[in-house]
Design a protein around this ligand. Structure first.
Ligand code: PLP
Length: 404
């Protein structure tokens, strides 16, 4: 039977400290270690070297922690849907950029008639512009601020190989300038910024555990892609700035903060996952966020002497399905998911040397593979600092909000 790998990090509070802090809670529950969260925020800011960091809210999904990150020095929010951005605007936030295009006509009308000076939408084609124009004509108000999304993928071998997320069709300086002119031609719109997100660098760890050859290949790909992107991004930005001024040029993510921030054409980077420190970000060589977000599951049965079975736990992360998308046992050490059952809907059996000492009623501390998706499973986060729960705050889900 194959077992997925153990991941363990000795920097976070030990099991005893977590158990003491949360002794009054019934598992399952989720916590965020504020001390680790704050250190992670400081490390992101250090890595950015003075370039502002816009907070990717999808990777936090909890208003109290979004506000904490902004107090720590991140600036502005990269939202993930327009209804989310409108909701955050209602709660007093501004400088909201929606990172993905929208076809939500009623939200666009609400934007046009409402906080159109505080929210910027993402566009990469004429249809996006037409939807926003129609909303302004129907609802009044506006203009709606738009940000041009430019593809950051790497296309070696004359485009026969295409590496990167399938995002914007806009790739060249000429295409970007043409879209900028199309925005300017519509009085209902205002050209606000430009974004190009290099998912294959910012979100793909360059030291995958146990796979040195794959790691070497990823590092070579990322180096070559970053070189190509830096030149193309500068040319794209220059071409668009000849058409109209840009308030911001956004790029990057947790995995590429220092590299993207070093580009002169980029005025801000985005990041969010580095605050919670999920397992996918263990696979980077140059930095190591501390695991700040954890969830505790109760041991509910012992099918045999080598197995401890937890209640629930089937919270896989999005993306191409694979073992790296599964949650990982964190504490006590020496636990592995079962290769046949994985993390299950109603139960998660754990094997490994750590399992023998577990009793029914004990808890196992787990980590999610991605950051904000954990908050779709829990309606509150218990915030721990200096060995005690200091607050309990709702996630988006806990506020009754489900944006995706
Ligand atoms: C447009 C965009 N920018 C930045 C990020 C980086 O976010 P994180 O730092 O949470 O990985 C993402 C993540 O998917 C994204 O889609």
């Amino acid at each position: 039977m194959s077992l997925t790998e153990v991941r363990h990090d000795s920097e976070v509070p030990g099991r005893e400290a977590l158990e003491t802090a949360t002794a009054d809670l019934e598992a399952p529950f989720a916590v965020v270690d504020l001390d680790a969260f704050d250190r992670n925020a400081a490390d992101l800011l250090r890595r950015a070297g003075g370039t502002p960091i816009r907070l990717a809210s999808k990777s936090v999904r909890c208003r109290a922690l979004i506000e904490r990150a902004l107090r720590a020095g991140l600036q502005g929010i990269l939202a993930f849907t327009l209804p989310e951005a409108l909701w955050l605007a209602e709660h007093g936030h501004d400088d909201l950029v929606v990172a993905y295009p929208t076809a939500d006509r009623s939200a666009l009308r609400a934007l046009a008639a409402g906080p159109h000076e505080r929210v910027t939408i993402m566009v990469d084609c004429a249809e996006h512009l037409d939807l926003a124009v129609a909303a302004v004509r129907e609802a009044g108000g506006g203009p709606i601020r738009v940000c041009l999304d430019v593809d950051a993928g790497w296309w070696p071998l004359r485009g026969r190989v295409r590496i990167g997320a399938r995002r914007s069709p806009v790739r060249t300086p000429e295409q970007a300038a043409a879209l900028a002119r199309a925005v300017l031609a519509r009085g209902e719109l205002h050209l606000d910024g430009l974004m190009s997100y290099e998912a294959h660098i910012a979100g793909v760890g360059d030291r995958p555990p146990g796979r040195p050859l794959m790691g070497a290949a990823i590092r070579a790909m990322q180096r070559a892609s970053a070189r190509e992107l830096a030149g193309r991004r500068a040319a794209v930005v220059a071409a668009v700035r000849e058409v109209a001024p840009l308030r911001f040029v956004n790029g990057g993510g947790t995995g590429s903060v220092e590299r993207t921030a070093a580009e002169a054409a980029v005025t801000e980077v985005a990041a969010g996952s580095g605050l919670y420190g999920p397992t996918l970000f263990d696979a980077y060589g140059a930095f190591r966020p501390q695991p700040a977000a954890l969830f505790a599951l109760p041991v509910v049965r012992r099918p045999d002497g080598r197995t401890a079975t937890l209640l629930g736990g089937g919270y896989p992360a999005s993306g191409a399905a694979g073992a790296d998308r599964l949650p990982a046992p964190h504490l006590p050490p020496g636990l592995k998911l079962d290769g046949q059952e994985g993390a299950g809907e109603v139960q998660t059996p754990l094997r490994g040397p750590g399992a023998a000492g577990l009793r029914v009623g004990d808890r196992v501390w787990m980590r999610h593979a991605k950051a904000g998706e954990l908050c779709e499973r829990f309606d509150r986060l218990h915030l721990i600092s200096a060995g005690a729960v200091v607050d309990t705050v709702p996630t988006y889900r806990g506020e009754g909000e489900c944006f995706l």
